[in-house]
Every structure is written in structure tokens, then in C-alpha cells.
Design a protein around this ligand. Structure first.
Ligand SMILES: NC(=O)c1ccc[n+]([C@@H]2O[C@H](COP(=O)([O-])OP(=O)(O)OC[C@H]3O[C@@H](n4cnc5c(N)ncnc54)[C@H](O)[C@@H]3O)[C@@H](O)[C@H]2O)c1
Ligand SMILES: N[C@H](CO)Cc1c[nH]c[nH+]1
Ligand SMILES: [Zn+2]
Length: 422
């Protein structure tokens, strides 16, 4: 892991580059093919990229039933307990319609309406993500979306979805689940096939092909964000324990070879000890090749001259996950401006949020926390403005409105308002 002295104008290496020309071209051609040839194209790309011929594109009731027999009772209960926490948190995000009326009868408001349909992508190339099922489904349900479907890549050998994914979906109340991954899944959700319905919004994280495909279909449907590989920044002082810092960094490095794990600290002693700990702990991980590659290429330890400088650097990084492992994390919270989720203190290790606390784990990556937010109930609603003017209100304001219209050279606008009083 690189140990570097932080400099004021640090150029940050990002792990997402918008894909190569070849990847973009491949994604465009997959989407065009799915748009034109529907299920046949979906099946073709599933064979090509997932190495399996599907007997059914949709997960069957038998597959869902079988999944329950393959999971231990305790595992089902963990899924249920996590779901309860995630639901409780997202219930607090509900936004209400509102309306106000003033003395002359002017009534203004905002009507909140759930989206009619949402397609939730659950990644599955190198790991199964039942937690991502819950993190996508629950906010959509709390928002009141009536049609919710899931897509996720099938297992290469069985052609089925991982049992935990099927159980999480079923426990959350979704049974329309398609065994399709990658750009072909996104194309199908955007434009529909004989089997897979088109939806109004596609959410959920995925690899570069999924990300590029979401970018490609945006505008025809809505998307939540382009979520890239996982990232963690730990901001720590000399009170942090090196083994805990290293463990937290590795928790995200094991996701993906392009995941990004960074320590920012004002303590050279901590920096050196974390470096040693990362090397030691890495060796014992089952996914050590993935984590090692992530740490080698995108991992870094930055040592700053002060905590103020460290906080500036964190805001520059705008990470997906930020851990504050300092003596008094609360005192730093006000100065953190850019982070998808902020984990406070040593008992709030990042996986607490990945699985269980309740806040969403689909978060802005790649510096986009500068301007975007975690997946939430807001992603699954839209707002309409409500305008009611009484005769009295229009009389009072007609002259201003008509004059404004003429200022823009739009005579028909002015006359529309004046026509009420002719
Ligand atoms: N932000 C979050 O909440 C969150 C949660 C879980 C995972 N993740 C991230 O999601 C990503 C998951 O990636 P993944 O690959 O494991 O699963 P994935 O489901 O995103 O991608 C697998 C699919 O990619 C397609 N594909 C593979 N190679 C291809 C090629 N050469 N050409 C065209 N398509 C191809 C295949 O169709 C396959 O089904 C990781 O980066 C992980 O860090 C993020
Ligand atoms: N850390 C991931 C988001 O970047 C979410 C996740 C799912 N499972 C484990 N982790
Ligand atoms: Zn994670």
C-alpha cells in the first residue's frame, strides 16, 4: 500500500474512467440488439457472458421455494432483521404532498406521486448481494411503487440465482425476478422484451458494463446514479487502532479489483502500522487476489501535517464511505462536506452500514458525493406542482404577468392571461 505525504493540490487517482471505447461500443451494440431482438438477444448474451443457457428468463416459483431449503434458518432471520432496520430507516424519508392557501384564494402545492414501475439491478458477477436486494426494494416499496422487478446475473453452473438473493427478494415481497445481468439486463428493463417489462426507472449498482448501459439508456428511462466500484476513506488520528483501520480498508478492497481504500491521517506512526497490518491481514483473506489488486492499484495512505489538512483532503476525495476513527468524531462532522455515508467512531465499522444499520448502501462513488446522495425513497417518487389562482388573485397579478410575457416577446402568453377579463 502506497504511503504518501499529502500535498495541497493532490491529484486523485480515480478508479472509474468512463470505460474504454471498446466497452462503450460493446454496451451500445448489446442494448441495440436487445431493443431489436428482445428475449433472443437476452438469452444470447447470457450464454456469451454468463456461460449458461437459461431454460427460463424469470426465476420460477420452484426456484424461490428451493432457495428457502438451501438457506439456514439463522440466515433467513438475519435477512429479516436487516430488512426491518432498513425499512424503519427509509420510512423516515417519506416526503408528503403539501398545499397552502392564502387570503386571496391562491393555492399552491406539491403533489408527491410514486413511480409506476422500477427495475432493480442486483450485481452478481463475483459475489451474491442479498443486501443489495433489500437496499433497492425497500425504498421503492416505502415510496409506493406498484410494479417492482429485479434482475441479477444467473449462476454459471446452475443457471439459477443465489438462494440468498431469491430469499431476500421474496422476504421483501418481490417475486418478479429475472435471471439476467450486465448491459443486456439494463437494455431489457429500458425497452422491454417479450418476457421482461420496461420500467420507468432503473436503480442499483453494477460493474462497468452495467454502469455504461445505465448511462446509455438514461433519458428514455430514469436512473439513480452511476455507481462505480466501492470506496472507503478512513480519517484517523493517533488514537485509532491499526488492526481495526486495516480491517475496515480491506472490507471494501475485497469487493472489486478496482475498489478504492484510502487512509488519511495526521499520524505517521499510525500510517506505518496500518501499512504493515494491511499486508498481514491481506494474506488471510479468501478473496486475497481481488483485495491485493485493489490495494496495490488504488489503495493509499496519505499523511498530513494537521487534522485540518486531513479534512480538506477527505472533502476533495468525496468518498462513498467515510469512517471517522478519531478521538472525537462528532467534532469533525460539521466540517465534512462530501461523503456518501459517514461512519462515526470505532464501533461503526463500514459493514455495519452495508448490511444492518438501516441507511442505504447504494451510495455515490467516484467523487460524485460532491453533488449526489444515497439511494433513497426520493428516488422512487416524483413531484408535480399545483397552482390554483382565484379570480381575485389573477386580477391582482394579470398586469405583471402580461408585462413579463411581453418582456420576453411572447404576446400569446400575455393575451392568454388578459382573455379572462375581456
Ligand atoms: N455501491 C453498491 O451498493 C454496491 C453493492 C454491491 C456491489 N457493488 C459493486 O458492483 C460491482 C459488481 O460487479 P460484478 O462484475 O461482480 O457483477 P455485475 O452483476 O455488475 O456484472 C456481471 C455481468 O457483467 C456482464 N459482463 C461481464 N463481462 C462482460 C464483457 N466482457 N462484456 C459485456 N458484459 C460483460 C455479464 O453479463 C455479467 O452478467 C462491483 O464493482 C462492486 O464493487 C456496489
Ligand atoms: N459496500 C458496498 C457498497 O459500496 C455494499 C455491500 C454489499 N454487500 C457488502 N457490501
Ligand atoms: Zn461492502
Amino acid at each position: 500500500m502506497k504511503l504518501l505525504k499529502a500535498t495541497p493540490n493532490l491529484s486523485i487517482q480515480r478508479s472509474v474512467d468512463g470505460g474504454t471505447d471498446e466497452q462503450r461500443a460493446a454496451v451500445q451494440s448489446i442494448i441495440a440488439d436487445v431493443r431489436k431482438n428482445g428475449d433472443a438477444a437476452v438469452l444470447k448474451y447470457t450464454e456469451k457472458f454468463d456461460g449458461i443457457t437459461l431454460s427460463s428468463i424469470m426465476a420460477t416459483a420452484e426456484e424461490i421455494e428451493e432457495a428457502y431449503t438451501l438457506l439456514e434458518e439463522e440466515q433467513k432471520e438475519i435477512i429479516q432483521r436487516a430488512a426491518a432496520n432498513i425499512r424503519a430507516f427509509h420510512e423516515k424519508q417519506r416526503t408528503q404532498s403539501w398545499i397552502t392557501t392564502d387570503a386571496d384564494g391562491t393555492t399552491l402545492g406539491q403533489k408527491v406521486t410514486p413511480l409506476d414501475s422500477a427495475g432493480l439491478y442486483v450485481p452478481g458477477g463475483t459475489a451474491a448481494y442479498p443486501s443489495s436486494v433489500l437496499m433497492n426494494v425497500i425504498p421503492a416499496q416505502v415510496a409506493g411503487v406498484s410494479k417492482i422487478v429485479i434482475t441479477s446475473p444467473p449462476d454459471r453452473t446452475t443457471g439459477k440465482l443465489p438462494p440468498a438473493v431469491l430469499v431476500a427478494a421474496n422476504e421483501a415481497g418481490v417475486t418478479e425476478i429475472y435471471k439476467v445481468g450486465g448491459a443486456q439486463a439494463i437494455g431489457a428493463l429500458a425497452y422491454g422484451t417479450e418476457t421482461i417489462p420496461s420500467v420507468d426507472k432503473i436503480t442499483g449498482p453494477g460493474n462497468i458494463y452495467v454502469a455504461l448501459a445505465k448511462r446509455e439508456v438514461y433519458g428514455d428511462v430514469d436512473i439513480d446514479m452511476i455507481a462505480g466500484p466501492s470506496e472507503i476513506v478512513v480519517l484517523a488520528d493517533e488514537t485509532a487502532l491499526p488492526n481495526e483501520v486495516a480491517a475496515d480498508l480491506l472490507s471494501q478492497a475485497e469487493h472489486d479489483e478496482r475498489a478504492c481504500a484510502i487512509l488519511v491521517t495526521d499520524s505517521m506512526m499510525l500510517a506505518e502500522n496500518v501499512k504493515l497490518e494491511v499486508e498481514k491481514q491481506l494474506k488471510t483473506l479468501p478473496r486475497k487476489e481481488i483485495a491485493a489488486s485493489s490495494i496495490e492499484n488504488y489503495g493509499a495512505i496519505y499523511v498530513t501535517d494537521s487534522m485540518d489538512e486531513a479534512v480538506d483532503l477527505v472533502n476533495q476525495l468525496a468518498p462513498e464511505h467515510l469512517e471517522l476513527l478519531t478521538a472525537e468524531p462528532m467534532t469533525l462532522l460539521g466540517s465534512i462536506r462530501h461523503a456518501g455515508a459517514i461512519f462515526m467512531g470505532r464501533y461503526s465499522s463500514e459493514p455495519v452500514g452495508d448490511y444492518f444499520a438501516g441507511p442505504n448502501h447504494v451510495l455515490p462513488t467516484n467523487g460524485t458525493a460532491r453533488f449526489s446522495s444515497p439511494l433513497s425513497v426520493d428516488d422512487f417518487v416524483k413531484k408535480s406542482s399545483i397552482i390554483y389562482y382565484s379570480e381575485k388573485a389573477l386580477r391582482k397579478n394579470a398586469e405583471d404577468i402580461a408585462a413579463f410575457a411581453r418582456m420576453e416577446g411572447l404576446e400569446a402568453h400575455a393575451r392568454a392571461v388578459e382573455s379572462r377579463f375581456k
